[in-house]
Ligand binder design. Structure first.
Ligand SMILES: Cc1cc2nc3c(=O)[nH]c(=O)nc-3n(C[C@H](O)[C@H](O)[C@H](O)COP(=O)(O)OP(=O)(O)OC[C@H]3O[C@@H](n4cnc5c(N)ncnc54)[C@H](O)[C@@H]3O)c2cc1C
Length: 367
């Protein structure tokens, strides 16, 4: 039996960030992960720290995203200081490119809505083809324009995951890897978490197991209705530096390779790839930047997003088993700073703040 103050189930980017923060608060924390057999969005994502268009129709989600993006530099600097891992974070702004007049008109309407609901605190500009070309040399003629926001940025998501795990360990956190949690038993004031052959007894419990949260949550009176939504990503060989500002569908890494992506496929628990979808991703990317036609694709993968029914994160504390929390988000890179700095403090204090009511799964209750 392993005794601890807090057990975090799931060592993806959400669980690792929360465990990293709990360890900083000096809670004796055990991070439990299923290992490499699991579906893991944290290893297959695009690496954007993206603010524009997040939270349309849900102002608390816009604020949460903005707050996390504003704290990202602090997170990157702190992880580097604690572990030496450079997450390659930068915030040069970001662009959502539009192909054709209709996309441009629709995009302008979305951005206006976001501006209205954030009472002008959201910064963006709609730029036409000529203005965007000055910002993004090599833009193809099919690009009619796009939305630019200085609030966006990008990072290396694999280095983020590595840095959070290393930071957690440096802060005396204990990790239990290759230990799938199969049952959680609530006790008076504690939880027995059965993971592999081990039992972890924890005063506090955080469920951050991505898609597996849906099943584990009921053991502690929580509800996390998440489902998979596949995204495929193509990676090119390293090319000359041409894209300093990330776009939603195409971004260049600091090493020089180009990532292309953003498919949304409802295919259940299938994280494979499909040639027709890959072709469509490549077509859109090369229309945006025709120069990419000569770049070779060296890798491609599919990964499963952790989607809630409305796309908004779920954060809850169990009413029947106080001390049990859950976190599920499909923008785990963007929200990493909030998961590392804010959530752990509230979990340690034993209550989520009132403004987090908007993220409770109670919003799905039928009245
Ligand atoms: C194609 C794609 C592109 C994306 N692009 C971006 C982006 O640009 N920006 C952004 O902010 N977000 C992006 N995301 C989303 C981001 O990757 C996810 O929000 C994030 O990875 C979710 O993290 P997680 O830790 O909740 O889940 P996961 O990363 O899926 O990790 C879940 C973890 O739980 C563990 N686990 C599962 N079951 C158990 C169990 N029973 N016991 C113990 N451990 C268990 C697994 O081993 C795994 O490590 C993208 C996602 C995809 C798929």
């Amino acid at each position: 039996m392993l005794n601890c103050d807090a057990a975090v189930v799931g060592g993806g980017v959400v669980g690792a960030a929360i465990a990293y923060g709990l360890a900083e608060l000096k809670l004796d924390t055990v991070l439990i992960d299923e290992g490499d057999v699991a579906f893991r969005a944290a290893r297959g994502n695009f690496g954007l720290v993206w603010v524009q268009s997040k939270g349309i129709g849900c102002p608390p989600y816009s604020s949460l995203t903005r707050r996390s993006a504003d704290n990202w530099l602090r997170l990157a600097e702190e992880v580097k200081q604690v572990t030496g891992v450079d997450i390659a974070y930068s915030r040069p702004g970001g662009v959502h490119l539009c192909l054709g007049e209709q996309e441009f008109t629709d995009r302008a309407a979305v951005m206006k809505q976001l501006e209205a609901q954030t009472e002008g605190r959201f910064q963006y500009e709609m730029l036409d083809h000529r203005m965007l070309s000055e910002m993004l040399p090599g833009l193809g003629p099919d690009v009619t324009g796009g939305s630019y926001s200085p609030l966006d940025g990008h990072a290396n998501p694999l280095f983020l995951l590595r840095g959070l795990h290393a930071g957690f360990r440096n802060r005396a956190g204990r990790a239990l890897i290759n230990a799938p949690v199969h049952r959680i038993r609530p006790l008076a004031g504690a939880f027995d978490v059965e993971a592999g052959n081990e039992t972890v007894r924890a005063q506090k419990l955080v469920l951050a197991a991505g898609l597996a949260n849906a099943k584990l949550a009921s053991d502690v009176g929580l509800r996390v209705p998440v489902h998979p939504l596949r995204g495929q990503i193509l990676v090119s060989e390293k090319v000359r530096s041409f894209l300093r500002i990330p776009t939603l569908h195409v971004r260049q890494t600091t090493e020089g390779s180009v990532l292309m992506g953003d498919s949304h496929e409802d295919v259940g628990f299938d994280d494979g790839t499909r040639p027709d979808i890959m072709a469509e991703i490549a077509r859109r990317a090369t229309r945006a930047f025709p120069f990419l036609r000569s770049a070779r694709i060296v890798r491609a993968w599919g990964a499963l997003r952790v989607m809630t029914p409305d796309g908004i994160p779920i954060y809850d504390q169990s009413e029947s088993c106080p001390g049990a929390f859950c976190a599920a988000a499909h923008s785990g890179i963007t929200l990493a700073a909030t998961h590392a700095f804010d959530l752990p403090r509230w979990i340690a204090e034993g209550a989520l703040p009132p403004e987090f009511d908007a993220f409770s799964a109670r919003r799905f209750d039928v009245h």
